[in-house]
Design a protein around this ligand. Structure first.
Ligand SMILES: NC(=O)c1ccc[n+]([C@@H]2O[C@H](COP(=O)([O-])OP(=O)(O)OC[C@H]3O[C@@H](n4cnc5c(N)ncnc54)[C@H](O)[C@@H]3O)[C@@H](O)[C@H]2O)c1
Length: 385
């Protein structure tokens, strides 16, 4: 596994952070640690900050000197994640157990911290299947949370928001649109969850273009996987995992009996579905680049959209083979029929993020899968899963 580097020097290249970054300066001038450099960067409210992507992002934000306030209702994460973040970065982020749909409590957080410069909004319900069963829960949670934040931003002088969107907005791109760029048409959402992403993107566009003094970056994630190289934080699904990687690692360790591969008769080289798997730490760093872009007034438009992916499509069978090769563990899997609603193939054209945002995914699939396995072993060691 490549050594984890938390310096701001090697990501947000070209555009956003001065090469003479906090981390770089610390390295060559022995400046004091992050606790004393927080003042240089500002305060970021991270909703959903104890969740999978949020926790990794908090670590990266702190590593370049931001002060972080986490708001999370712990509906899909644990408070102990805050301890994990502190263990990794040496800094304890502020934590508020608040539901983003509760306007009064959310406003109290803005009032308490006074100077929230930017928001990264991860908090959402995210299980596609559950969203079909409980659409109103998804619409209320995912949409009301965003509206509350947007309403509070101008009142408290918060400059910008980064929104967790998803490649799900592209549906199955037409063949001529693969790899998919940000300009590809938005397809009708396949689930209420997917629809909340589309509607939230539209709400942000409408609000910013109404003249509100707010800026935004919409990051369309492809498939985030892996865990922090320290194995102190990682993906912690409740119950039966909805995503491939936790299901795969739980099968490899014996919690699940068998992994089902849904379909081997798709129009792909080996017949299984193709996705763009992005290492969660690389994804976290994209948020740091985006936040710098907002706070340093570098945006070309008040709402910018970036695909966050590797640019490489990997099939489910390739992923399994790579996992087996990297870990030496034989996976018990079976090919079954296609699953309704699955997209055949989608992967990102990340050129805009590479060239404009100044960010690039740099971790190999091998290292990423090794990190996911290390995390699963750690969970077993601790008797958690
Ligand atoms: N993981 C993926 O595959 C993926 C892909 C594309 C987009 N996204 C989006 O990225 C974001 C983060 O995803 P994740 O995988 O880290 O999910 P996660 O469930 O691990 O994290 C979300 C966090 O938000 C919290 N939360 C939910 N509703 C809340 C509310 N009303 N108020 C306060 N906290 C609330 C949960 O407790 C959890 O800690 C989500 O918006 C998700 O839709 C995820």
């Amino acid at each position: 596994m490549a050594e984890h580097r938390s310096s701001a020097v090697f990501f947000c290249f070209e555009a956003n952070l001065s090469p003479f970054s906090v981390a770089f300066a610390k390295k060559i001038l022995s400046l004091p640690d992050n606790k004393n450099t927080n003042k240089m960067k500002g305060t970021i409210l991270v909703t959903g900050g104890t969740g999978f992507i949020g926790s990794h992002t908090v670590v990266e934000l702190q590593s370049v000197g931001y002060k972080v306030v986490i708001v999370d209702n712990l509906s899909n994460s644990k408070k102990e994640v805050v301890d994990g973040i502190e263990k990794i970065s040496g800094i304890r982020p502020d934590f508020e157990e608040v539901d983003c749909t509760d306007f009064a409590k959310l406003e109290a957080v803005f009032a308490k911290y006074g100077n929230i410069d930017g928001i990264i909004h991860f908090a959402a319900s995210k299980a596609v299947g559950e969203s079909v069963q409980k659409p109103l829960l998804y619409y209320r949670n995912n949409i009301v949370s965003l509206i509350n934040l947007l309403e509070l931003m101008p009142k408290y002088g918060t400059k910008g928001i980064i929104f967790s969107s998803s490649c799900t907005v592209y549906g199955q791109p037409d063949p001529e649109n693969l790899p998919v760029t940000e300009a590809a048409p938005i397809k009708k959402a396949e689930s209420p969850y997917g629809n909340t992403k589309q509607v939230n993107e539209e709400i942000i566009q409408d609000y910013v273009h109404s003249g509100a003094n707010v800026r935004a970056i919409l990051l369309r994630y492809f498939n985030p996987i892996g865990s922090h190289p320290t194995s102190i934080i990682g993906e912690m699904p409740n119950g039966v995992p909805q995503n491939l990687i936790p299901y795969l690692t739980q099968t490899a360790i014996g919690i699940r009996e068998q992994l089902s591969v849904f379909g081997d008769d798709y129009d792909t080289p080996d017949g299984s579905c193709i996705r763009d798997y992005i290492y969660v730490v690389d994804l976290a760093k994209a948020h740091v680049c985006a936040m710098a872009r907002i706070l340093e007034n570098k945006q070309n438009e008040p709402v910018e959209i970036f695909n966050v992916g590797t640019g490489k499509g990997v099939s489910v069978l390739e992923l399994i083979n790579t996992f087996e090769k990297v870990t030496g563990v034989k996976l018990n899997y079976k090919i079954v029929g296609r699953r309704a609603g699955d997209i055949e193939k989608v992967w990102a054209d990340p050129k805009k993020a590479n060239e404009v945002l100044g960010w690039k995914a740099e971790t190999s699939l091998e290292d990423t899968l090794a990190s996911a396995w290390k995390w699963q072993l750690k969970l077993r060691e601790e008797g958690i899963q």
